[in-house]
Design a binder for this molecule. Sequence first.
Ligand code: HEM
Length: 220
Amino acid sequence: MLRLPALPKRFQAASVWALYALGLLPAVWTFYLGATGQLVGNPVKIFEHLLGEWALRFLILTLLISPIRDIFGINWVRYRRALGLLAFYYVAMHFVTYMILDKRLAIDVIIEDIIKRWFITIGMAAFILLIPLALTSNRWSIRKLGQGWVKLHKLIYPIAAAGALHYCLSVKVIGPEQLIYAALITVLIGWRLVRPRYMERKRAQRQVRGEPGLQNPQTE
Ligand code: HEM
């Protein structure tokens, strides 16, 4: 088991806020470059692309928190909510950029796109599913919903799969970038499926060695 030095308690909240600030930096910086005419090519497309890619990256990072703890014993659970919310903020900005800067609020065109272009339909479905997760990502909802909260937040897996599929379908030819995102998300979903057996085996091995038990997976 890997042992990292624990972050002093007084820095823990600050580290989460630092993650939010750092996480939003690519969007703020690229927006600034675009607004000041420093993006070469099509600034709207570049911004839309950047937001979509960062949304996927944050979805992947959110999904990585649990296997990192299970396999290496590194507990970064305190960052999971920030990572999930950053994914949501990036999808929301991607959507707003598409609506306002790309389609200039031509509602009929937007509705036609969502209905007729499959990759946009799938992206939209993923965005809609992310909304309840973002709205219930607070302590009050966790307490109020109990096991329902755990079930609801498992939606993050189909959402990530839909995000990767949306990315693959948005291009004419699937290249290495799309394949890498799709492969990472497939592995993370695969991990979730084999996790109960892995944790059971780990628990049994710990019992044999007389070590303290693992946390109940239902509460994670
Ligand atoms: C979880 C939700 C979503 C994720 C993770 C996501 C991610 C991505 C990524 C990575 C790309 C490729 C970037 C590019 O090559 O331009 C992309 C493209 C695109 N997305 Fe999304 N997206 C999501 C939802 C949406 C929604 C809700 C819409 C609009 C209704 C949308 C509209 C588009 C469009 C129009 C493109 C193509 C841009 C172009 O023409 O190059 N996406 N998205």
